[in-house]
Design a binder for this molecule. Structure first.
Ligand SMILES: Nc1ncnc2c1ncn2[C@@H]1O[C@H](COP(=O)(O)OP(=O)(O)O)[C@@H](O)[C@H]1O
Ligand SMILES: [Mg+2]
Length: 337
């Protein structure tokens, strides 16, 4: 599964998620796979994790939920909290899959994960609460209790009420067995030893480097004399030719230097005839594949804009393969950690 972001605002979140997840090796955590970098400058595009088919616990509610899976969830949370000093902070059915071949529950999605007690940590998102709500939601299918801000989610109310199993939920043990296991774990975690209130108390507390600066790039800065400056990556020696460009040159002066550039407009680079990373993702609304030539899909060229139409019918396997092979061609290179 490929996780990426186009938006510079999410760079820090993705860096942390990648650093955390790539350091986690546990039978109940979806294995991290590869970092995806572009071939042009080796910049990180995203990362992959092992694809676990069958849907998350939220997407696929047809399984008979096993008591053993609850024990696995509690165990992996203990490992994160008590051994690594980490809190997942987003424990929910949507972030859990079942590896059916191995008959194992697996947690993923570490973009909210935090070092316990450090600045990115929020007690209102603690994982004990996350596990209780997750089990409550699986058994009752009532999601309303978490549809308020984390600070307002009342976990003790949920712990003290009786849980009515949704008629379609299937469990391999009575509800009372799930609740007994959960209560015993919560008691141990809240009252027992060890307690980890700050990550440095954990025996193998996880750490990773801050977001690094990108490499130096030859860049031209447009500057308006004040604080506004905008990078134009690459050479910018072209003389203004039309009235708009003359006006632009009047407003901005330009300065060329080697500097760190965090982001730039692809359209600017294309105008300059520079090589750009030309890849695209499958449309969020599925395209009508009959309208698309194979070439459009593989190259992600301008024609792929047509893919953004409304598309309602279920996604077929051959269509999925077409998109995946198109994506493979466009995502240039994967490197092992
Ligand atoms: N390794 C995986 N195997 C199977 N499905 C996955 C995997 N990773 C992500 N998904 C699917 O993609 C969705 C979004 O992934 P996630 O990492 O939770 O992103 P976000 O941070 O946007 O919530 C999940 O809810 C799940 O449906
Ligand atoms: Mg998620």
């Amino acid at each position: 599964m490929f996780k990426y972001s186009f938006l510079i605002q999410y760079l820090t979140i993705h860096w942390h998620e990648m650093c955390i997840w790539s350091r986690l090796k546990h039978p109940n955590i979806v294995p991290f796979d590869k970092i995806v970098v572009d071939e042009i400058e080796g910049r990180i595009v995203g990362f992959t994790s092992k694809y676990i088919p069958g849907g998350t616990l939220n997407e696929n509610k047809t399984r008979v939920f096993k008591l053993q899976w609850l024990h696995e969830l509690m165990r992996v949370i203990d490992e994160l909290n008590l051994n690594l000093g980490m809190s997942h902070q987003d424990v929910a059915p949507r972030n859990i899959v079942i590896d059916e071949a191995a008959d194992r529950l697996m947690l993923f999605d570490f973009d909210f994960a935090a070092r316990i007690g450090q600045y990115e940590y929020s007690e209102s998102r603690n994982d004990i609460k996350g596990v209780i709500f997750t089990m409550y939601e699986i058994i009752t299918r009532d999601e309303s209790r978490r549809q308020v801000r984390h600070e307002e989610q009342d976990v003790s109310a949920v712990e003290h009420m009786s849980w009515e199993k949704h008629p379609d939920t299937q469990l391999d043990h009575p509800v009372s067995a799930f609740r007994d296991a959960l209560d015993a774990w919560c008691k141990r975690r809240r009252e027992g030893r060890p307690q980890v209130t700050i990550n440095t108390q954990a025996p193998n507390c996880l750490d990773w480097p801050p977001v690094p600066d990108p490499p130096l790039t030859k860049a031209t800065m447009r500057q308006d004399g004040g604080n506004n400056c905008e990078p134009i990556k690459g050479d910018d020696d072209d003389e203004p030719t039309d009235k708009n460009q003359m006006q632009e040159r009047f407003n901005w002066f330009r300065e060329r230097e080697m500097r760190i550039v965090y982001g730039w407009r692809r359209t600017e680079l294309l105008k300059r005839g520079e090589t750009v990373l030309n890849w695209w993702r499958p449309a969020q609304k599925w395209p009508d594949m009959d309208d698309m030539a194979d070439d459009d899909i593989a190259k992600g060229n301008g024609e792929s804009e047509r893919a953004r139409g409304s598309y309602q019918r279920p996604f077929q396997e051959d269509e999925q393969q077409k998109l995946v092979s198109g994506l493979r061609k466009c995502v240039s290179k994967c490197v092992m950690m």
